[in-house]
Design a protein around this ligand. Sequence first.
Ligand code: B4P
Length: 190
Amino acid sequence: MLNIVLFGPPGAGKGTQSERLIEKYGLVHLSTGDIFRANIKGETALGTLAKSYMDQGQLVPDSVTIDMLRSEVVKHESPRGFIFDGFPRTNAQAEALDTFLNELGTGISVMLALEVEESELKTRLLKRAEVSGRADDANPEVIQNRINVYNQETAPVKSFYQAQNKFISINGIGSIDEITNRLFQAIDSI
Ligand code: B4P
């Protein structure tokens, strides 16, 4: 199986590039952000809980996120592989994912980390706010908080995959097509 962690700060292009990767490699796309937003729209208990964190730019608690992700993975019988988009975001999530995939007889093939500087992230998210209707995109203070949380809690997850020799850094600045090609090259090299 080809199991990819697509990693990067908020607004780095994870969701955008995931669409291209699933098409080319026939993978199942699991975006924890999308799953939370679907629950918010459906007014489920999970959605209500997730919204209280997401609107502040905070991470949804690990226990909730890990259980949710696990239940999504097992829904798919004999997939070619998964793109984990926005997961793991903490070391605890990364450890849980390894344990869980090991139980299924598989593991992470590679982490592809989109690198984009902070000023560009803010520009992209504020631009998306004009069309997304996402409360977490519209408020500069919430965006700053998301970036701070990324730097403090999520960026350290890189080391987890570096230690396993599964880390590839990708320049996330450029046109969407250019970045897609960088990702294709990286995947085809593993
Ligand atoms: P996510 O939904 O993952 O949102 P995101 O980090 O903003 O990235 P997204 O994938 O949507 O944006 P993209 O970079 O593609 O998370 C939202 C929230 O959910 C989190 O803050 C957290 O509260 C919660 N959450 C999710 N997962 C969690 C977890 N595992 N644990 C705990 N909490 C969790 O694109 C951004 C914009 O840039 C788009 O408008 C796009 O068009 C544009 N863009 C993309 N590529 C570009 C390029 N090359 N040039 C110019 N613009 C570009």
